[in-house]
Design a protein around this ligand. Structure first.
Ligand SMILES: Nc1ncnc2c1ncn2[C@@H]1O[C@H](COP(=O)(O)OP(=O)(O)OP(=O)(O)O)[C@@H](O)[C@H]1O
Ligand SMILES: [Mg+2]
Length: 237
């Protein structure tokens, strides 16, 4: 008899509907929202990876946002354990599964792969929630591939092309596309690019991502607090 898993119900909607669908939506996806969303997602990956599992389908549709409203939410949950499998650190898998836009290049090349495919997907997710930039959706002329002509092959080409770019070229592409969100010399851009390394063994593990995200969030909160303090001081004079 098979095992049935019933996840806790998340009152709200998935991240795609909360922030990416066209039309009115509760969350404005920007750099600060990207940080708020990606930290709990990275923590969920730490939990899975440290318990010897690989996730393999990280994407906005599988991230549930509890009670999203006016640019805030109560919690983030990862759902859809359909492609989860046992794969401890250092172990390899070879089946082809997941969603093209978020799929790591080594899986596209039919190579064996490990937990670091989830870190590639997290890198794509960070680019998407922070800047609406998904490498698989761009052709060689930097034009967005129209949804109607979108195909598995084109998506794979887009990802593989981006994965092979030098770090400098990746920075040029991302900052040209989204000059205000990801800037040069930016810790968040640095982390995202480390996740999007073509060489899977060079990607940071999930627990390192959590600690780097916490550092970035703390620095931004401190900068925000000191701006607020300066504003209050200048108003009171
Ligand atoms: N625990 C939950 N609480 C509330 N809604 C959920 C929950 N789990 C899933 N959903 C909703 O149902 C949708 C589909 O769930 P899930 O991703 O598990 O199914 P799926 O058939 O594997 O979908 P897909 O193949 O498109 O990934 C999610 O995008 C989400 O909107
Ligand atoms: Mg799903």
């Amino acid at each position: 008899m098979g095992v049935q898993m019933v996840p806790e119900y998340a009152q709200g909607m998935d991240l795609f509907h909360a922030g990416m669908k066209t039309g009115p939506r509760p969350l404005e996806l920007d750099r600060s929202m990207a940080l708020k969303i990606c930290l709990p997602v990275a923590k969920a990956l730490v939990h899975l990876h440290n318990n010897g599992f690989i996730y393999r389908d990280l994407k906005p549709e599988n991230i549930l946002v509890e009670n999203p409203r006016q640019n805030q939410f109560d919690a983030i949950m990862l759902t859809d354990m359909g492609f989860v499998d046992r794969c401890a650190k250092g172990q390899k898998k070879s089946d082809f599964c997941g969603t093209i836009e978020y799929m790591a290049p080594e899986m596209m090349h039919n190579k064996s792969y490990g937990q670091s495919v989830d870190l590639w997907s997290l890198g794509v997710l960070m680019l998407e929630v922070g800047a609406n930039y998904v490498p698989a959706l761009f052709d060689s002329n930097d034009k967005v591939i129209e949804f109607k002509e979108q195909s598995i092959e084109k998506g794979m080409e887009g990802t593989q092309r981006f994965a092979r770019f030098s770090r400098e070229k990746k920075i040029r592409k991302i900052t040209a596309y989204s000059p205000t969100v990801f800037q040069q010399d930016d810790l968040l851009l640095g982390l995202t690019l480390d996740l999007l390394r073509n060489e899977s063994s060079m990607r940071p593990e999930a627990d390192e991502v959590v600690s780097r995200l916490k550092t970035i969030i703390a620095a931004e909160e401190q900068a925000h607090a000191s701006v607020k303090k300066r504003t209050v001081t200048s108003v009171s004079h």
